[in-house]
Design a protein around this ligand. Structure first.
Ligand code: PXP
Length: 239
């Protein structure tokens, strides 16, 4: 299982004061040195954390594959086509939300997603869709012929007891469905050192994208130790 480290919230601290530090590229390099496998940034329409310049610098100044998370809007699609990250992950985006809330409605936005997916495919970028483990949404993703999806784990992470168990069963069947349809299965949102192991019954997990909890741990331990700690826990996964 691979770890993609999302460094958005390094930029959140920087933007809080309008300083030039802390630098998300420096954090990405520290994550790379600690053994992370990829870097994720989300260029939001409102630029609340990551800025355009950060995305360009991530391409040039850190060694890991770059996954650009983004809403499916013309402005950001154009930027992605210019920057050419290794992967783009399309997510739903609302201005008023604190963080991404739930997966994409692939069924409801099929035509718009189809158009962007084919532009990305033509440009040689791998496309991922961030979706809930809902059989209809997974079917729609498969028919868009994307190579991978990212299962939204946010609800699973928030719930406790029987409710969490129900979310786990949905993630298990979603992962099987995506894998059987030939898509790589990634997962992310809300994962931390406390809840990670509870996700391990989910089969076929390829990459976990983890941001907020790693940055929060990095405040206490440093980036290298925070990434190392997560990688050590992930080694317990038996697919
Ligand atoms: N995956 C996706 C698609 C996301 O939108 C986010 C949040 O930016 C993450 C993973 C990482 O979530 P978290 O910061 O809760 O680890």
């Amino acid at each position: 299982m691979y770890l993609g480290v999302n460094v958005d919230h390094i930029a959140t601290v920087r933007q809080a004061r309008g300083t030039s530090y802390p630098d998300p590229v420096e954090a990405a390099n520290a994550a790379a040195n600690a053994g992370a496998h990829g870097i994720t940034v989300h260029l939001r329409e409102d630029r609340r954390h990551i800025q355009d310049q950060d995305v360009w610098r991530m391409r040039e100044e850190q060694p890991l594959p770059l996954n650009l998370e983004m809403g499916n809007t013309p402005e950001i699609v154009d930027i992605a086509l210019k920057v050419k990250p290794d992967e783009v992950c399309l997510v739903p985006e609302k201005r008023e939300e604190l963080t991404t809330e739930g997966g994409l409605d692939v069924v409801g936005n099929y035509a718009a997603l189809q158009s962007s997916c084919s532009r990305f495919r033509d440009a040689g970028l791998a496309v991922s869709l961030f979706i809930d483990p809902d059989p209809r949404q997974l079917d729609a993703a498969a028919s868009l012929e994307v190579p991978m999806i990212e299962l939204h784990t946010g609800t699973f992470c928030e719930r406790k007891g029987a409710e969490r168990e129900a979310c786990l069963q949905e993630l298990i069947s979603g992962a099987k469905q995506a894998h059987d349809a030939g898509m790589q299965v990634n997962a992310g949102h809300g994962l931390n050192v406390e809840n990670l192991e509870a996700l391990f019954p989910v089969p076929h997990l390829h990459t976990l994208n983890i941001g907020h909890s790693i940055v929060a741990r990095a405040l206490m331990l440093g980036m290298h130790a925070a990434v190392h700690e997560m990688l050590t826990l992930m080694r317990g996964y038996r697919p």
